[in-house]
Every structure is written in C-alpha cells, then in structure tokens.
Design a protein around this ligand. Structure first.
Ligand code: HPA
Length: 236
C-alpha cells in the first residue's frame, strides 16, 4: 500500500490509463477490460486492473488538477512500478479549427502553475510527451479515422480564471487546448524515467463557448479510451 492507493504491490499493471474522474475509471474498466478487479477505493479514487487484448492494464482515477494527479502518478511510478502512463481526459479548445469531440495529443504541456519553477529554481522546464507513445498514438488515431490535433496544451491551475480572456494569450502562441493535469504528469514522468502521454477529447470550446452533450461526451470518451488501449497494445 502507498499513502493514497490501497493496493498490494504487484496488483497494478505497468501500463496505467488515468482519467480525471474515478467513475470514468469504473466505466472504462467495466466496458473495455476483461477480468477487471478494483484495486483502490481510498477517497473514492477508484482504480481497476484487468486485461485488454491480453495486455495487463490498469485504469486509475487521477482527480482534478496538478496536485491531485501528482499524488497518484507519483505513487504509481515510485511504489507500484508503473512504466507507461496515459492520461485520458477532457480539454477546452482555444483554437477555432478544433471542434467538439476532436482529440488533442499533447506533445508538450505549458502551465501557469509554479511546480516546475520551484523545482528548477525559477528556470523553465519544458514538459513533453514520450516520443514513442506519441507517435504510436498518432498512427493509431489515423487508423481509427479520428480527428486529431497534436501540439502544445496548457495545464492550468484555475478552471475559473481571474482573467477570462487570458486564454487568448496562450492561443496566440499556438496552444491548442486547456486542461489541468498534464504538465505535472510529464514532469514527474521525466524525473522517474516513465513514458507518459496525454490524450484529451475536446469537451468544450472556449473560443465559441460550446459544450458537448452528455451523450456525445460518452461517445468521445469511448473513442479516447480505445485509442489509449490500442496504443498500449501496440507498444507492447
Ligand atoms: N478549462 C480547464 N480544464 C478543462 C476545460 C477547460 O475549459 N475543459 C475541460 N477541462
């Protein structure tokens, strides 16, 4: 057991998918994994381990925000021996060509949070995805005929930002979308020698203030989980 995950050592797979919402972890495990077993219920942050096409995979909720994913991802890497972590989450698009239900592959993740600056003594670390995972996911997405955008995203520490127009600054520099977890995941993965990638579905557009219906949310969540699972199988 680690501090926040009550699983035995060995009960969690080396490949872990991390949705923000623990109920989505349950949904994904029920729908896509074979022989899924719940390995964690502490704080309601459910995690499940099973197999997909014969490959052992865990799906562990991360919670919302960088500190929360930081706790769970760190314990998965340091205590449970996770070697590959894929975040499967939602994001808000800040570019007009990105439509609801599209998928964003985060090649890199900027942040307005202070974690990297604290670690790097005021200098700027550039957290990026694992190249093999990213290239594999991009290839699989093409095979699955998904609409995909690849590039830089913003991991914000504020869902309700004090300045409602601040997204325009990031958009001007080509940032594709905003979410709240990936920069922390990539920084931790870099330190721990773990492969990481964030695959996000576009749940809302900050450009034109539109939002997915709950049915469309579910459908696009399914596409994203399948993309992550197929990527995991492909990298072996
Ligand atoms: N902002 C931050 N995080 C998000 C958003 C957003 O608009 N949409 C989904 N996750």
């Amino acid at each position: 057991m680690s501090l926040h995950i009550a699983a035995d050592k060995g009960a969690i797979a080396e490949t872990v998918l991390m949705p923000g919402d623990p109920l989505r972890a349950r949904y994904a495990a029920d729908k896509f994994l074979e022989n899924a077993v719940c390995h964690n219920e502490v704080r309601g942050m459910y995690g499940f381990t099973g197999t997909y096409k014969g490959k052992r995979i865990s799906i562990q909720g991360s919670g919302m925000g960088q500190p929360s994913i930081g706790i769970y991802a760190y314990e998965l890497m340091s205590f449970y021996g996770a070697k590959t972590i894929m975040r499967i989450g939602s994001c808000g698009a800040v570019q007009p060509q990105i439509e609801l239900r599209d998928i964003v592959l985060a090649m890199s993740a900027s942040t307005n949070g202070g974690n990297n600056r604290n670690i790097f003594k005021g200098m700027d670390f550039a957290p990026c995805a694992d190249a093999e995972l990213f290239l594999t996911a991009a290839k699989k997405a093409e095979e699955m005929k998904l609409r995909v955008h690849s590039g830089n995203i913003l991991s914000s520490d504020n869902f309700y930002d004090d300045d409602p127009e601040i997204w325009k600054l990031w958009a001007k520099f080509g940032v594709l979308a905003i979410e709240m977890e990936t920069s922390m995941l990539y920084t931790l993965a870099a330190k721990m020698g773990v492969k990481a990638l964030a695959i996000c579905t576009v749940s809302d557009s900050i450009v034109n203030e539109t939002l997915l219906s709950s049915e469309d949310r579910e459908r696009s969540f399914d596409e994203m989980i399948l993309l992550a699972l197929e990527t995991a199988v492909e990298i072996g």
